[in-house]
Ligand binder design. Structure first.
Ligand code: PEP
Ligand code: MN
Length: 348
């Protein structure tokens, strides 16, 4: 339930509503907006006396939130949430943000090389897994802590923000110590202990859609993070399981306008895991931007043939350069811009 305040409601009016909600035994969460403030009621068991709130000074109306998810819904917050990263990148505003890099951090020269190339080509966020969720326990599992240290070094040298995955609640804090954005992968979308922990990390979270998850399930997973007090959540469509074998997954681009209507959270697309095939990545990246994605996350490797994971879907840097050129044109056609390249870093 949401108590919508009049545009001229005073801080006192808002405080009184918060206090009354508290007296009723529920938690009140003020949501400031451009036009007016709303006060969300958490823990509502259906017995909230809305008449008592409706009669209060400064209250415009009391509206029920009809979706099972609350804080992630557009009913709860009308304006888009913009997630600001430490290097100035803003996800969810008018800019289309590009996150790029290898599937996994493999060694120092690989990650430093690709970080510089991604930066020079205009990405503002570097991706790279240090802890890898692999289908087979015998596949490369990532460099672990050493991978995080290398990512931090790449950030320092390039100015790129870092997005990297946390695999479990126990390891999430260590990842958050190094990362600018903590990724929760498709396989973990409904790992509720991890979602709750991510809600307490104080860092932006990139939540990827599970491979068999409905859009409502994705939004409810995000709700776990917001319910813990972390509103800095970026959703990611990365393809769902389908019956066709030509691509690794079915990149569900319909999810982008659907999520945009249902939620204020930003949503990006991952055409790399979404297709599994290098030749299909650029067309789907173009389509994702055209569909209104707030960004893309793309796997690029300096030498894909030797990649330790996901080589078949990793772009060559030259292909990534072309992708950037193309999405710049598409973003402009729909009244957006690809986020401006980072200013040059001083070479020391
Ligand atoms: C990844 O981005 O490295 C990854 C493993 O993706 P997903 O969780 O979408 O499979
Ligand atoms: Mn990968």
């Amino acid at each position: 339930m949401l108590v919508v305040m009049k545009h001229n409601a005073t801080d006192q009016d808002i405080k009184r509503v918060v206090d009354v909600v508290g007296d009723m035994g529920y938690e009140a969460r003020p949501i400031p907006g451009g036009q007016r403030t709303a006060v969300g009621i958490l823990g509502n068991d259906g017995r909230v006396d809305s008449a008592r709130l409706e009669g209060m000074e400064g209250v415009l109306e009391v509206i029920p939130v009809t979706h099972p998810y609350k804080q992630v819904s557009r009913e709860w917050r009308e304006e888009n949430t913009v997630v600001a990263l430490a290097n100035g990148t803003k996800v969810g505003g008018s800019d289309v943000v590009v996150m790029a890099g290898p599937c996994a951090v493999e060694n120092e020269s690989q990650i430093m090389d690709i970080a510089h190339q991604m930066r020079d080509l205009g990405a503002t966020v570097l991706r790279g897994g240090a802890f890898k969720p692999r289908t087979s326990p015998y596949s490369f599992q990532g460099l672990g802590l050493r991978g995080l240290e290398l990512l931090a070094k790449a950030r320092e040298a390039s100015g790129l923000a870092i997005v990297t995955e946390a695999l479990d609640p126990e390891g999430a804090e260590a990842v958050a110590d190094f990362a600018d954005v903590v990724q929760i992968g498709a396989r973990n979308m409904q790992n509720y202990a991890l979602l709750r922990r991510a809600g307490r990390l104080g860092k932006p979270v990139l939540l990827k859609r599970g491979m068999s998850a409905t859009i409502d399930e994705l939004l409810l997973a995000a709700e776990y993070i917001l319910a813990e007090g972390n509103e800095k959540v970026i959703l990611c469509e990365r393809g769902v399981r389908s019956f066709d074998t030509h691509t690794r997954n079915l990149l569900d681009l319909t999810a982008i306008p659907v999520v945009k209507a249902l939620s204020h959270l930003p949503i990006i697309a991952d055409p790399s895991h979404g297709t599994g095939l290098r030749a299909k990545v650029t067309p789907m990246a173009r389509a994702a931007v055209a569909a209104g994605a707030d960004g893309i996350i793309v796997e690029v490797h300096p030498d894909p043939a030797r990649a330790l994971s996901d080589g078949a879907q990793s772009l060559y840097p030259e292909q990534f350069a072309e992708l950037m050129e193309q999405i710049r044109v598409i973003a402009r056609a729909i009244g957006r811009e690809v986020a401006a390249p980072l200013p040059a870093v001083a070479q020391g």
